[in-house]
Design a protein around this ligand. Structure first.
Ligand code: NAI
Length: 328
């Protein structure tokens, strides 16, 4: 029998946690033949709720689930972690300035980065879901100098998936027909969903659409503001689709992209496409054998350049802000 993979999930008692844990335990994160051990991290007042979720996980009798540990101590929860999903974060509350938001999240992601540095397994892969995801990933990464920087990633797969469906609807196709779509930049309202390199049933998506006004005034804002639209409709934020995207992100990272296709991941820039080195920004990536690579050589037109630059500028400002707070 295989040794189980340790998967640490923070914010385990939250909405995304509830939509995520059962799918991890059923084998959808890593593969239907990979046993897992769940390590749940919560803040002390939410430990009881996490225990309730663990009871339900027990009651599913998942054959792949080899155990569940629950802790409010990051040093315990990240001990031996092979995969870490950092979901718990401090949300922006009314009247909160960006500086306060970044500082509050620094208080979460810095100690978690330190705990990962000190206790995680050598092959640790980290996905940050909790917002502001890109900059939270940067904070955790900076606190983990002994972990290779590229193991810290931020989630833009939900944006990617949202864009796939919007494009499929517009073109009367299905998501399975669409390849090579890209989300660039920050997981925020400035993100840029790029269809210029995408294909719909093998044809260039921008040519199939042939409607720059739709792109600028409909597609891009619909994808970027989808989170707010879900809250407006459901009265609660997107949890199942966010959990689904987290599953997709890690599954692709571990198991590879399909031939001729790519996905979007927030990853430390190597300077590609003019994105300053070290910023955790979304790029088109292919993955193989547990490693990812940025897709190189794409022509970036003027329309795309301006939008990528605007989102990257926001990431630089966030990096400056956490730098001046001493968080990185
Ligand atoms: P939630 O509020 O239901 O759950 C968050 C959980 O995190 C709570 O149970 C809380 O106790 C826990 N938590 C807070 N601080 C913690 C700490 N220091 N250690 C461990 N746990 C801690 O929120 P929900 O809906 O599950 O969302 C979680 C995060 O995911 C939010 O920041 C949200 O903005 C973000 N998100 C990101 C998306 C993306 O595409 N990157 C999409 C959707 C949500």
């Amino acid at each position: 029998t295989r040794t189980p993979v340790n998967v640490t999930v923070t914010g385990a008692a939250g909405q995304i946690g509830y939509a995520l844990l059962f799918r991890i335990a059923s084998g959808q994160l890593l593969g239907a033949d990979v046993p897992v051990r769940l390590r749940l991290l919560e803040i002390t007042p939410a430990l009881k709720a996490a225990e309730g979720t663990a009871m339900e996980l027990d009651d599913c009798a998942f054959p792949l689930l080899q155990g569940i540990d629950i802790s409010d101590d990051p040093n315990v929860a990240f001990d031996g972690a092979n995969v870490a999903l950092l979901v718990g974060a401090r949300p922006r509350t009314k009247g909160m300035e960006r500086g306060d938001l970044l500082e509050a999240n620094g208080g979460i992601f810095k100690p978690q980065g330190q705990a990962i540095n000190g206790h995680a397994a050598d092959d640790i892969k980290v996905l940050v879901v909790g917002n502001p995801a890109n900059t939270n990933a940067l904070i955790a990464q900076a606190a983990a100098p002994d972990v290779p920087a590229e193991r810290f990633t931020a989630m833009t797969r939900l944006d990617h998936n949202r864009a796939l469906t919007q494009l499929a609807k517009k073109t009367g196709s299905t998501v399975a027909d669409i390849k090579r779509l890209t989300i660039w930049g920050n997981h925020s309202a400035t993100q840029y969903p790029d269809i210029f390199h995408a294909t719909v049933a093998g044809k260039n998506a921008a040519e199939v659409v042939n409607d720059e006004k739709w792109l600028a005034d409909d597609f891009i804002p619909t994808v970027a503001k989808r989170g707010a639209a879900i809250i407006e409709a459901r009265g609660a934020s997107s949890a199942a689709s966010a959990a689904n995207a987290a599953i997709d992100h890690v599954h692709t990272w571990v198991n590879g992209t399909a031939d001729g296709d790519w996905v979007s991941m927030g990853i430390p820039s190597d300077g590609s496409y003019g994105v300053p080195e070290g910023l955790i920004s979304s790029f088109p990536v292919t993955t193989k054998d547990g490693k990812y690579e940025i897709v190189q050589g794409l022509d970036i037109n003027e329309f795309s350049r301006a939008r990528i630059d605007a989102s990257v500028k926001e990431l630089e400002e966030e990096r400056e802000a956490v730098r001046s707070l001493g968080l990185i």
